[in-house]
Design a protein around this ligand. Sequence first.
Ligand code: NAD
Length: 503
Amino acid sequence: MTTQTAVPVQTVRRAEGGAALVSEAELPSTGQFIDGGFRPSTSGATLDVVDPCSEQVLAQVADGTAEDVDVAVAAALAAQPAWGRLTPKERSLVLLRIADRVEENTDRLVRLESANTGKPLTVSRDDIASTVDTFRFFAGAARAITSQAAADYTEGHLSVIIREPLGVIGVVTPWNYPLLMAAWKIAPIIAAGNALVIKPSEQTPLTTIAFAELVADLLPAGILNVVTGVGPVVGARLSEHPDLAMIALTGSVNSGRAVASGAAQSLKRVHLELGGKAPVVVFEDADLDDAASGIRNAGFWNAGQECGAGCRILVHESVADQLTERLVKEISSFVVGEPGAGDDIEIGPMVSRAHYDRVAGYLSRAREAGIRAAVGGGTLDGPGFFVAPTVLVDVPDDAEVARQEIFGPVVTVETFSDEDEAVTRANSVPYGLSASVWTENARRSHDIAARLEAGTVWVNSHLVLATEAPWGGFKGSGYGRDLSIYALDDYSRTKHVMHNHSR
Ligand code: NAD
């Protein structure tokens, strides 16, 4: 440990001989994918992509400009009408082929994702399998959209409800699940007949570029365009672009604000999947073994760099010690290391130096405020941006670590004394993405779930997702839904055509 506290001391397991996960030849193009081909940025400049385990430069990508965005939008505008006129069945077949192509290239995509993010191979495997499933789901869903039946709702007038594509959509994605978050947007957007211009995170663009390469021959030129670069340049141009019908962002609350205000002038639609601070409410009647192992997964999957992470544990005061004891045991058993160090690695590094400093800052300020780490509590020896899996206990309700999104392998434990207090405190943060309630009491399982202000509430579980079910936030976690038929709705518009057939 480079900072004080914590039992037991964690070490970072390294890949033998520093073996690279991907060869030079497996890295994708360094260009922008526009109108079906790769081209350099109009700036000629590049951005470094860093391996968060070694801190070495892994690759370089184009540092995109507003002009690059404009060229990509023009290509998308030209391509979209023909794509939008295809039947759902025809578009569906393309999505199925995309799913197959990704699945065939799973091994390379898994290693590329882990090389760029540092995440364990098990997490990347899950990401790529879920990416495949997302395309397969939307291939089916696009053929089964439901609408109000065509009928005479006014005498002599037949109402026909039509779902239409929006046109061209701008997409901005984060670094925590680079390809999966891209898939959550690309699949419903193209399934609904739109074209898009996507900007991956400047820290993790590699799998999105590799995806574009892999599917280039499956999609008409201009339907999918990838412009790499930084948020305030490429993301900002997408937000304000007058010809885009919508901008969809998955990212932090601050980026959400920037995107929404950039979009205001053109009045384009805005779709925001933002941060979270998910409460895990554990009642005295809960199965505490299940709760502790559930938190082990839900709080620490992807090293806690997860918008739905179960990170704020609110436990009834009568069982707080028992739960903490179980949690300490669970969290002490994590295997931390580089993805190349073995299939049993469970916790990787923070994605970047800046994010590592952010997480370390939360931990050191918590320490200064007298908050005790029952496990972990600091950073781990470098190279790489590793943070020890941490459980902070006896955390006051108003502590910074209990209210702000840390986005690292850190959970906090607070106690409550009755149901009303649990609900009030769980709802007291500005976020509302997800939450869970742990109880064996049937009334509580319904009542508390109904009272928690979150787009997803789990009962006796946390962080289990289904492609058929919607994902998205309430309150400061944004609006709009990913996954499910609700995403298809979000990425299309409703038209009412009324025929006067009265004699
Ligand atoms: P971030 O907001 O820093 O970056 C996300 C994307 O926004 C990046 O591509 C970035 O370049 C871009 N961006 C930054 N400033 C911008 C601007 N002014 N205009 C337009 N685009 C801009 O977020 P991150 O650090 O990459 O990801 C972590 C955040 O994402 C966390 O808050 C997490 O909770 C959230 N997240 C949410 C979900 C969800 O489904 N709700 C899923 C994953 C991540």
